[in-house]
Design a protein around this ligand. Structure first.
Ligand code: TMP
Length: 221
C-alpha cells in the first residue's frame, strides 16, 4: 500500500509522518516512511539544488525535471522494491506536489506534467493521500519560525521565499485535486495542535484500512 502526505509549507507533515510510522508499527504493519525530494542519497543532492535559496533563477522546466529525476531514482531504488515486498510505504510529498507547485502555482502545463509522470514513473499513484490543509499565512509563519532558528531549514528556504500568492495557488491546487479525486484524498484540518491533527490522520487511516479489508471480503461486508 502506498500512502502520501501533502500540504503547504508549515502544514506539519514532518511531525505527522513520524506519528504515522509509529501508529503503523503499533498496528503490526511493516511500514517504510520516506520523502520527496531527497528520499535517496542521489535525491539528497538533487534536493539541495532544488531548495537552496541562492537558486532563485532555476528555470521552471528545469525545476520540474529535477523533481521528476528525484522521483525516478526514489521509485526505482526505494518505493517499488518496498511495495513489491508487501510493505506499506508512507511518503512525505509525491506527484501531487509536482502538479500543484510546478503546475497550478508555477503555471506549467498540467497535462504535460501528467504525461511526464506516465513516461518516467509509469503513472504510479498513491492508494491514499492525506492532505494537511492550512491557511498559507499560518503555514508560512510556522515555516519561517523554523528557518530563523534552524540552519538546515535556512539552507532549504527557496520556496518559502515565494510570495503569499504563490502559496495561495498551492493550497487552491491541492484542494482542486482533492475535489477531483475524493476517493483517494482525505482532507485533514492542519490548523490544530499536533495531537488534534494526529487524531484526524489516525481516523482517516483506520477508515482506509477498514474500507480495504471489507472490499476484499467475498460478500463485501
Ligand atoms: P518539503 O519542505 O516538504 O521537504 O518539500 C520541499 C519543497 O519542494 C516544498 O516547498 C515543495 C516542493 N516540491 C515541489 O515544488 N515539487 C515537487 O514535486 C515536490 C515533491 C516538492
Amino acid at each position: 500500500m502506498f500512502i502520501t502526505l501533502e500540504g503547504i509549507e508549515g502544514s506539519g507533515k514532518t511531525t505527522q509522518i513520524r506519528t504515522i510510522g509509529q501508529w503503523m508499527t503499533a498496528a503490526g504493519r511493516d511500514c517504510l516512511t520516506t520523502r520527496e525530494p531527497g528520499g535517496t542519497p542521489i535525491g539528497g543532492q538533487i534536493r539541495s539544488v532544488l531548495l537552496h535559496p541562492d537558486n532563485g533563477d532555476l528555470a521552471p522546466a528545469a525545476e520540474l525535471l529535477l523533481y521528476v529525476a528525484d522521483r525516478v531514482q526514489h521509485l526505482e531504488t526505494v518505493v517499488r522494491p518496498a511495495l513489491a515486498a508487501g510493505r506499506v510505504v508512507v511518503c512525505d510529498r509525491y506527484f501531487d506536489a509536482t502538479m500543484v507547485y510546478q503546475g497550478y502555482a508555477r503555471g506549467l502545463d498540467r497535462e504535460m506534467i501528467r504525461r511526464l509522470h506516465q513516461l518516467a514513473c509509469k503513472a504510479l499513484m498513491p492508494d491514499l493521500t492525506l492532505l494537511l490543509d492550512l491557511d498559507p499565512e499560518a503555514g508560512l509563519a510556522r515555516a519561517w519560525r523554523r528557518i530563523r532558528t534552524d540552519a538546515l531549514h535556512a539552507q532549504e528556504s527557496r520556496f518559502e521565499k515565494e510570495r503569499l500568492a504563490f502559496h495561495q495557488r498551492v493550497r487552491a491546487g491541492y484542494l482542486d485535486l482533492a475535489r477531483r479525486e475524493p476517493q483517494r484524498f482525505a482532507i485533514i484540518d492542519a490548523a490544530g495542535d499536533r495531537h488534534t491533527v494526529g487524531a484526524q490522520i489516525e481516523a482517516a487511516l483506520e477508515a482506509h484500512f477498514e474500507g480495504n479489508a471489507s472490499s476484499q471480503r467475498p460478500n463485501g461486508k
